[in-house]
Design a protein around this ligand. Structure first.
Ligand SMILES: C[S@@+](CC[C@H](N)C(=O)[O-])C[C@H]1O[C@@H](n2cnc3c(N)ncnc32)[C@H](O)[C@@H]1O
Length: 322
């Protein structure tokens, strides 16, 4: 099973499972569920820093009487937090049907089923007046992977702003920034590229290398930072278009070495000054850091200035050195 940021469940996969969901197949379905539902859900649910940060942010933002939309129920945790904070109506949608079914049982067993409605749908299919009684006062969504965008956060927020929220609605998280640094790590690079194996040239195998970023727990690999931390991108989820974007910025090389890739991480502002980050120093977070390795590492010299180009798409962030 792959860590968060590597694998995602598509709505199509969900449909296939749903169609196969018959009583006769229930036993094997449990097995299928176990294969379909990523194991990172457990690490995420046990991430105390994450849970506390969301809980605090939700408590500060939600006032009694509010209608809350939680996109991506998972276990129903954030919806239960919203209810505990005083929300009267919480609509919580979950695109993976077996997950939605379990969320329903969890909110029932915790006694919140009268105020939380689990809707087993992808958020893009929600309709105000049918799935929600009215446009929501707050959107809460933790659909954030190690590289921020890989789980489709931007599309979820854009769609909700256009169709499910009103002018004064709040969004948790409120803002996000991406920071990056030049990285030397032959050990990490070897996770995605090969050239020589026992004297044989296997470099053609690199056609199967991950394009874009993948998760890495930096402190577990030998590495050196070749630059300081540099701000790369930032977003205000209430007002920014959250569309494809390209930026360039200079990065000063602080140590001569071999540039294998760019390490990056996010910093979320959950509102009211509550911050959550998978920065390299945070070894407790269930989120790893994101790395984009370059197929051909290059030598870089102390004092030189590189131009880094970042392209942010719907579910990807790609770095290049120009
Ligand atoms: C990272 S989990 C978070 C679960 C829970 N909110 C929490 O914080 O503990 C995100 C969940 O959102 C679901 N999801 C992702 N995109 C969705 C969408 N557009 N609509 C509904 N559910 C979505 C996934 O299936 C997954 O269960």
């Amino acid at each position: 099973m792959l860590p968060r940021g590597t694998q995602w469940i598509s709505a199509d996969a969900t449909m296939t499972l749903t169609n196969r969901q018959t009583d006769a197949a229930a036993a094997s379905l449990d097995e299928t569920d176990q294969k379909l539902i990523p194991r990172w859900h457990f690490a995420m649910l046990n991430d105390v820093e994450r849970n506390d940060a969301f809980s605090q942010a939700v408590r500060r933002a939600v006032v009694p009487g509010m209608c809350v939309l939680d996109v991506g129920s998972g276990s129903g945790l954030l919806s239960m937090m919203a209810t505990q904070a005083g929300a009267n109506t919480v609509i919580s949608c979950e695109s993976v049907e077996p997950v939605a079914a379990v969320a329903q049982r969890i909110i029932e067993s915790n006694g919140f089923h009268e105020r939380i409605t689990i809707v087993p749908k992808v958020s893009f299919d929600l309709i105000v007046g049918r799935d929600l009684p009215r446009r929501a006062d707050i959107l809460i969504t933790e659909t954030v992977d190690c590289g921020l965008v890989g789980e489709g956060l931007f599309r979820i927020i854009r769609h909700a702003r256009d169709h499910l929220l009103h002018e004064q609605s709040q969004i948790i998280p409120r803002r996000a920034s991406i920071f990056c640094a030049l990285l030397e790590s032959s050990a990490i690079h070897k996770n995605n590229f090969a050239s020589d194996a026992s004297g044989f040239d296997v470099s053609l195998f690199n056609r199967f290398s991950t394009q874009g970023y993948f998760p890495v727990r930096l402190w577990t690999w030998e590495h050196r930072f070749l630059s300081e931390k540099v701000p790369a991108l930032s977003y205000d989820f209430l007002v920014d278009p959250l569309l494809e974007r390209e930026v360039r910025f200079p990065v000063r090389v602080k140590i001569t070495g071999t540039l294998h890739g760019i390490l990056f991480w996010f910093e979320l502002d959950l509102g009211s000054g509550i911050r959550l980050s998978n920065e390299p120093g945070n070894s407790q977070s269930h989120w790893m850091q994101a790395i984009q390795c370059f197929e051909k590492p290059c030598h870089v010299k102390e004092g030189s200035i590189l131009t880094v180009k970042v392209h942010q798409g719907e579910t990807n962030i790609d770095f290049e050195i120009e």
